[in-house]
Design a binder for this molecule. Structure first.
Ligand code: GLU
Length: 420
């Protein structure tokens, strides 16, 4: 039976590179366990008078290269194992895109759709009160993730600043622009994913973006901004899904022909992309198994697994989500010669622009969207081609190439600092 425990899978990935990158056992041991795992109880009085206690986590995996960095997710499926895996992936991601951060992740096991805005605000403030001593602009800097957004970050900044008695914008990234957020941050992850799709299409499929067909699983912040940028690049969007269901374009060209703005507008009105007019409603599995050139999983972990990997028809997978492919599925895809651009590379545009935001906050500066997007583009391309070059030179798949580069940088920082 396949292991779907995210942290076990993150450890399997780490183990998969030890034959290429020799890591001293003492450093390997340090990388295997996060430095700190924090679990907090968050009692909340609901508007209806009932009291519920939620569980929150913050896991700080490694800070050899700089302060801990990573988002906070609100989801009923959040577990300590998931947060641990995500924190480890953040360490690799920051190292790979080459920003001076370590890796962390936070989460609250809650269904945010069942809470009112006021309850969500109070829950967020409680979570920050519990973590006051553990976070800070030079310590650990949260950001958005699944079901958290600029408004959540605004509450975090305000609560932390209130506790400290002065304004501390650099404690959190992904803030609204009005409160010191960066231009381009909201779209950054999806934009970075689309840049990876474009470069990978050229490198592996030898195709022009205008002739490429794509399916995107997930239509949240990352999925929707990926779709937006891919449309701007001229790619043909064939299938898209959201939490409710999947949609296959039914136009004569077989692609979504409406503008991105209309797509968002129609799916908001219909309650789901799968319910808009001019589409065929399909299942989540069918979206993953679409007959397309490129598949972009932009939802959750464990979507491409042993059971469905051999049904994937795309020749290229670009991981917008964290951990969407299990190690077992990776092996199958490898045999099928499907190229996978791994999460730690493909979705690193988000944390990259978070870093830009942090730098702007510390310098009391504000960059234009053009500057942000230019810097995003050049950093993403550099990371992409560094990984590709390593992969081709050493004849290893792209995921392992990315991991070798990332883990190598972290180990080198640990060694230089004398972590033993
Ligand atoms: N949650 C995002 C990720 O998984 C962004 C993290 C950040 O900006 O710190 O990469």
């Amino acid at each position: 039976m396949e292991n779907e425990d995210p942290f076990a899978n993150a450890l399997t990935q780490l183990a998969s590179i030890t034959d290429i990158l020799s890591v001293d056992p003492e450093y390997y041991e340090m990388l295997k366990s996060p430095i700190r795992e924090i679990t907090v109880s968050l009692p909340l009085k609901l508007s209806n008078g009932n009291a519920v206690t939620f569980t929150g986590y913050r896991v700080q995996h490694n800070n050899a290269r700089g302060p801990y960095k990573g988002g906070i997710r609100y989801h009923p499926g959040v577990t300590l194992s998931e947060v641990k895996a995500l924190s480890m992936w953040m360490t690799w991601k920051s190292a790979l895109i080459d920003i001076p951060f370590g890796g962390a992740k936070g989460g609250v096991s809650v269904d945010p759709k069942k809470l009112t805005m006021d309850e969500l605000e109070r829950l967020t403030r409680k979570y920050i009160d519990a973590l006051e001593e553990e976070i800070g602009p030079e310590v650990d800097i949260p950001a958005p993730d699944l079901n958290t957004n600029p408004q959540t970050m605004a509450w975090i900044m305000n609560e932390y600043s209130r506790l400290k008695g002065h304004n501390v914008p650099a404690v959190v990234t992904g803030k609204p622009i009005e409160l010191g957020g960066s231009e381009g941050r909201n779209a950054a992850t999806g934009r970075g994913v689309a840049i990876c799709v474009r470069e990978a299409v050229q490198a592996f499929l030898k195709k022009d973006m205008k002739s490429v067909t794509v399916a995107v699983q997930g239509f949240g912040n990352v999925g929707s901004n990926t779709v937006k940028t891919l449309m701007e690049m001229g790619a043909k969007l064939v299938a898209i899904s959201d939490v409710v269901g999947g949609a296959k374009a039914k136009s004569p060209s077989g692609t979504f022909e409406q503008s991105y703005e209309r797509l968002i507008d129609e799916s908001n009105k219909a309650g789901s992309i799968s319910k808009i007019s001019g589409v065929e409603e399909i299942s989540n599995e069918e979206v993953l198994e679409s007959d397309v050139d490129v598949l972009v999983p932009a939802a959750l972990e464990n979507q491409i697994i042993e059971a469905n990997a051999n049904k994937i028809k795309a020749r290229l997978i670009v991981e917008a989500a964290n951990g969407p492919t299990t190690p077992m599925a990776d092996k199958i895809l490898g045999r099928m010669e499907v190229n996978v651009i791994p999460d730690i590379l493909a979705n690193s545009g988000g944390v990259l622009v978070s870093y830009f935001e942090w730098v702007q906050n510390l310098n009391r500066d504000h960059w234009t969207e053009e500057i942000v997007n230019d810097r995003l583009e050049s950093k993403m391309k550099k990371a992409f081609y560094d990984v590709l070059a390593y992969s081709q030179k050493n004849n290893v798949d792209v995921r392992r190439a990315a991991l070798v580069l990332a883990v190598g940088r972290v180990v080198s920082a640990m060694k230089l600092s004398g972590w033993h």
